[in-house]
Design a protein around this ligand. Structure first.
Ligand code: A2P
Length: 271
């Protein structure tokens, strides 16, 4: 129908909350991507593709594709996409791309995957990739959300993946999952930037602070989080990489999606 897209069938829909859901679809024959990449995905609207950049939450060895999405009530795409049902068709772009791939990182000892909100998606494919564990001695995945109910995939990351029949042996000794929440009490509270700046996360994990000699990072989340975290890393001597040149850290700039309406924090509201 549209030359740049294939039509894929929705196999399952999981609503985590009234704002977050996951879609699983068929995978086109011969469809190749690297773990950490994204494609354009969406629906035909008024005879045109209405699509957004969606990271693959599925690893490239899986038979189906998985996408983790926000629901924005008046978002042109997600107000529609959130209503898709099993058997419906979605448009999947034929050309996956993106910079969040381990090949774009210099060799290192510890891989830090820092996500906020649905920015978790690309890291789900990265932590399911056996090569990740061949390249790094330790993999630390942080996921920061406003509320605990937004910590989608937490059971998968905490319990299911480390116990996986095929991957568990690689994952269990190396993957550390560190969720944090910013707007209600939780075992780890605060923005990732604050947790790094105060040293709290290193204390919690019993680790030394970040060091460009052996720590490598990937960032995915809201644009302000990306900018603030990149500033913090640059100030500590980390160099950004991209698809042309390996670096100490990588940022997914295509990940903007449809924005959740900005709601002032109760403690910062301007009156
Ligand atoms: P906060 O609640 O303090 O705004 P969102 O749902 O808006 O995409 O946010 C997801 C998470 O990212 C929230 O926990 C939010 O914290 C956090 N966040 C927002 N802006 C930044 C930033 N500039 N640096 C670090 N974390 C941020």
């Amino acid at each position: 129908m549209f030359p740049a897209y294939t039509e894929e069938e929705v196999l399952s829909v999981h609503h985590w909350t009234d704002r977050l859901f996951t879609l699983r679809t068929t995978r086109p024959a011969g469809y190749r991507f690297a773990n950490g990449q994204f494609c354009m995905m969406g629906l035909p609207v008024d005879g045109k593709p209405l699509v957004r950049a969606y990271s693959f939450a599925s690893a490239n060895h899986e038979e189906t594709l998985e996408f983790f999405s926000i629901k924005v009530p008046d978002g042109p795409l997600t107000s529609r996409l959130q209503h898709v049902k099993v058997g419906d068709k979605v448009l999947v772009g034929k050309r996956p791309t993106g910079t969040l791939t381990i090949g774009n990182l210099r060799p290192g000892r510890t891989l830090w995957l820092l996500a906020t909100g649905t920015g978790l998606a690309p890291f789900l494919s990265v932590v399911k990739d056996p090569e990740t564990y061949e390249r790094f001695e330790q993999v630390i995945l942080t996921h920061t959300c406003r509320h605990t109910e937004d910590l989608a995939y937490s059971e998968f990351l905490k319990s299911e993946l480390p116990a996986d029949e095929l991957l568990g042996e690689l994952v269990a000794p190396k993957l550390v999952y560190y969720p944090s929440v910013t707007r209600e009490p939780f075992e780890h509270e605060g923005r990732i930037t604050t947790l790094i700046e105060t040293g709290r996360i290193f204390k919690d994990l019993g680790r030394e602070p970040l060091d460009p000699k052996h720590d490598r990072l990937m960032l995915c989340g809201s644009s302000q989080m990306l900018a603030d975290t990149a500033d913090l890393l640059e100030a500590q001597g980390f160099e950004e990489g991209n698809s042309g040149e390996q670096g100490d850290y990588l940022v997914e700039k295509a990940f903007a999606g449809e924005k959740r309406p900005a709601k002032p924090r109760p403690d910062t509201a301007v009156v």
